[in-house]
Design a protein around this ligand. Sequence first.
Ligand code: CDT
Length: 304
Amino acid sequence: MKNKSKYTAAAAQLGPIDPGDTKESVVARMLDLLIEAKTKETALVVFPELCLTTFFPRYYITDPANLDTYYESEVPISLMSDMFELVRKEQIIISFGYAEKDNGIPFNTSVYVDSSGNIIGKYRKIHLPGHYEYEPERPFQHLEKRYFTKGNLGFPTFDTTLGRLGMCICNDRRWPETYRVLALQGCEVVTLGYNTPKHYPLAPEHDHLQEFHNHLCMQAAAYANGMWVIASAKAGLEDDCELIGGSCIISPRGEIVAEAKTTMDELVVAQVDLNECKLIRENIFNFNLHRQPEEYKLLTKIKL
Ligand code: CDT
């Protein structure tokens, strides 16, 4: 397949997924979005974090058998066979997130599947937010630290027909280091999914800023690193917990070029031009000319 520097990309936002919804029903919704993407000649489609189920870290689950139902021991190829077939036929690259159990070790993972129908990239979430123990005072839990292990794959990049791609997952997007490590490897497009509650029990005074903070961190990072950012939300009222939407595509200029209008299943589409990365990287953020890493040593000190 020929390399493309200009192509159509999409954030495939998903609306709420109820705890009782089957994975098959979710995959059917994802397939509908992929079919819509095909009609729009989209080459890259990004689905949300943990997109096969409801955002289960909001629940304190004590029955191991019940908890286990949320994880996959392998990429669920047979469950997603119709999607993989379409990806092959239409030469699309997709990314999606799922809860992975690798030899018993749980990770919050996302992958790329390319037009060969193969998994060509994997990332395991590094910045795991929330808490380990049940906290009864919270209206809902955020038990990612309990249910997942910190990712052990670093922040890898992947050379594809659609440029050098890299992934991060939800809370990772708030950390500037995530993008800088990817950009230093020449990443041109960062893809990510998120589940972000509108209400943050520890700082409710920020609730009205959730959408703003979502875009603020990604727009700043796109600009400061000269990269495209494609961000896909799981959105809407999920079992009484409101998740923000705002799925978007951000150019290396830091501009939002397409944004979700709803908090339902919605395809957010824009033209990506990889040449735009150069405008930033050859000028204001020319890493080789202007970075001063010897002055940044504090950044990698383990303990302050
Ligand atoms: N999924 C995820 O990482 N969500 C967090 C919620 C806030 S921290 C409790 C986020 O950064 O959006």
